[in-house]
Design a protein around this ligand. Structure first.
Ligand SMILES: Nc1ncnc2c1ncn2[C@@H]1O[C@H](COP(=O)(O)OP(=O)(O)OP(=O)(O)O)[C@@H](O)[C@H]1O
Ligand SMILES: [Mg+2]
Length: 379
């Protein structure tokens, strides 16, 4: 708040003399301030009054049975954050210094009331600046905390994913190859046996099994479908979602989608993947829409459902990292995520400005789940 912006002041005045109160108001009025004030002169009134909103407190130093420094202590105890200016005829240098040390914003002598308006405005402005600073420091530290939680989560996710991939390779691929080796060894030992055709077909089955497992692992690591462009990848993921969940999923894409800069396709794909996973886990939806659109040079990808929605507090669950991760991912390609939710559904939008000239349009059409090009070696 700039000092010239303070024109109307809510002022609590701790003062036993009505005359001094009126004089103070006259000074403030002459200084260009319109003031809503309340005069009080007892501890009980002070304790009750500071629960209300005031721009500043002006306090006389000496009150019968109650003093400015004591009021300052009470204010500190109450943890109310209101600028406190002492006005007094009798205050000496030492007492003034002590008052400032105890948290008074300023002191003004009754004989020099001309200084009151600037002193008050400065005190208020300093208070607002300090509060803003504290707020942004708190926001910064909360954001650092979130980032560090996310980094830890990512690290443990990587470890878990590695363990899962190792387990899958061991159990699925390794298991099939061991069985294959066993069958081949048997065939080598019994070349003329009648059982050779059966053993051969068992061996072929193991090979197919190993190929399927390898494809699944490869797809999870990096969906090869993305090589065919985002539209193809969205068609594939929408078809797979519908097949797995039985929930209708409508995909709308514009006729010509430019090939996207490196990274954007993967961010878009992972965003849709997380949104669909959340819909499967929480939404209880019966209808899902995925809309890709281009407006100006901003590409938007919207995933909406007609499910039960969530509350803002759900996003702050300590173990929930999906949406937090999406915000970070979007930022890596200069984009952002908008999220809105109500009891009739949730919409998540990824927007990414595309810089530079659009390049060749992707022509992917008619992609289904089985068309994922990570399916190689079809037997
Ligand atoms: N489409 C949705 N419908 C209803 N609730 C949702 C939806 N998407 C998210 N939520 C709510 O928001 C919370 C946060 O989602 P987020 O993806 O960040 O974390 P998570 O899914 O709980 O965990 P993680 O993604 O880390 O495995 C969820 O726990 C859920 O309560
Ligand atoms: Mg999630």
């Amino acid at each position: 708040m700039k000092s010239h912006a303070v024109r109307e002041l809510r002022l609590l005045h701790l003062e036993d003399s009505d005359l001094d109160h009126v004089m103070l108001l006259a000074h403030l009025h002459r200084g260009g301030l319109r003031v809503q004030s309340k005069r009080i002169d007892s501890e009980a009134e002070f304790l009750a009054a500071i629960q209300n909103d005031w721009d500043a407190i002006v306090s006389d130093y000496n009150l019968p049975g109650f003093g400015g420094l004591f009021a300052l202590d009470l204010l500190k105890e109450s943890q109310r954050d209101i600028p406190f200016v002492i006005v007094s005829g009798e205050i000496g240098e030492e007492v003034a210094v002590e008052a400032m040390r105890n948290g008074a914003s300023d002191y003004v002598r009754k004989g020099n009331l001309a200084r009151l308006v600037p002193a008050l405005l400065n005190a208020i402005e300093a208070n607002v600046t300090r509060r803003d600073k504290e707020l942004s420091e708190a926001e910064l530290s909360a954001s650092r905390q979130r980032l560090s939680e996310l980094a830890q989560h990512l690290q443990s996710s990587i470890e878990q994913e590695r363990a899962a991939i190792a387990r899958e390779i061991h159990d699925e691929v390794g298991g099939a190859l061991t069985a294959l080796k066993f069958d081949l060894a048997w065939i080598t030992r019994h070349p003329g046996s009648d059982e050779v055709p059966a053993r051969t077909s068992a061996a072929l089955e193991q090979v197919s099994h190993a190929i399927e497992s390898a494809q699944r692992i490869m797809h999870n690591l990096r969906p090869a479908i993305l090589e065919q462009g985002l539209v193809a990848a969205l068609q594939w993921i929408a078809a797979r979602f519908e097949k797995r969940t039985g929930v209708a999923c409508t995909l709308r894409t514009p006729p010509n989608v430019p090939a996207l800069p490196g990274g954007v396709g993967l961010v878009a794909y992972r965003t849709v993947q997380e949104a669909l996973t959340n819909i499967t886990k929480y939404a209880q939806a019966t209808q899902v829409g995925i809309d890709l659109s281009l407006a100006g040079k901003v590409i938007s990808l919207e995933v909406s459902d007609n499910g039960r929605g969530f509350l803002p507090s759900d996003l702050a669950k300590p173990q929930s990292f999906g949406i937090r991760g999406l915000h970070e991912r979007a930022r890596t390609v200069g984009g952002w995520i908008d999220l809105s939710s109500s009891p009739s559904g949730t919409t998540l939008i990824l927007s990414v400005p595309l810089h530079g000239a659009p390049v060749a349009a992707s022509a992917a059409r008619g992609i289904t789940e089985s068309a994922d090009p990570s399916r190689w070696c079809e037997l």
